[in-house]
Write a protein that binds this ligand. Sequence first.
Ligand code: EPU
Length: 335
Amino acid sequence: MLTIQNSVNLTQLNTLHLNSIANHYIQLTALEQLDEIAAVINNYSRYFVLGGGSNLILPENYDGLVIHNQLKGVTFDNDGSDYKLVTAAAGEIWDDFVANCLENQAYGLENLSLIPGTVGASPVQNIGAYGVEVKDFIDYVTVYDLTIRKFVKLSNVECQFSYRNSYLKNKPQYLVTSVTFKLPKKAKLMISYGDITKQMANIDNPTADDLRACIIATRRSKLPDPAEIGNAGSFFHNPIIAAVQAQELKQRFPDLPIYPTTNAEQIKVSAGWLIDNLGLKGMRSGNLGVYPKQALVLVNYARANKDELIEFAKGIQSKVYEFYQIQLNIEPITP
Ligand code: EPU
């Protein structure tokens, strides 16, 4: 039986804490509800699936239906080899899930500790941090297709993962119900990311738990806690630009951090550095600001709405463009 609520306040359900009211809202807690939701979906002008709300720019009024994915449950399957197949329902809190995996000797996700949000959102934007992307450990993703009213399993390859992107991102009718991970039973620590390498060097025989603790400490030292200050993590993608342009920039700015991509013609550059180098770190305007410890993070200090935030972001985008001729793209999604 579906309960659809009207005029629901989403301000506490998005980590930027943008003022937002949804005209219609439903809590998805059981797979059995999906057919019923699919049957009524065309009655609404639009819809989107809400997870942890940590990568969203919500409008002041969302005139459609919000489906709040709160599906729960985790299973660990020993597939008899060197791996465990771990299936987590989409509404599980991502960081609780990471901790649960480590407690069950299923490794690999420790670098992704403390990322806000839910398991269901993790493949959509291919979350990544400190040298690991979630795609490295996803076996398959199970979605419910709201248009054909069927469950569909998408293999890792079918998900077409790339930097902060996947096939799922462009398929709003795919509601992620669970994600199945293939996690090694023996930890193989990934500690080649600058800050992390240095800190882990101080620990003898480090374990996955040590790495998780190190990642958590690093994140806490640089990134604001959404429970305290509204934010959506990195607000812009690290831009991927032509290798030729990156080389020119590197000559102008030898300190600019650059990263190779799978395509030799393209280089990823640090958006945080580009913004920081313009002296914008810590800048504040009205309710909004650039976080003083990480220039890639925009923060909502008070009660900003979407329009104010976009205006503020545009100011940064145009300064970056004028100075470096690089277009910064906004990472969080506007439903
Ligand atoms: N930097 C500065 N000033 C800044 C910020 C960064 O100079 O204000 C330079 C520094 O040289 C630093 C380098 O940029 O060493 C990289 O910074 P950081 O390690 O903080 O990583 P990032 O590239 O800014 C990306 C992800 C983060 C992820 C970190 C760590 C994106 C858009 N962001 O940020 O992900 O935690 O790497 O792996 O790719 C997120 O997506 O929400 C997120 C937080």
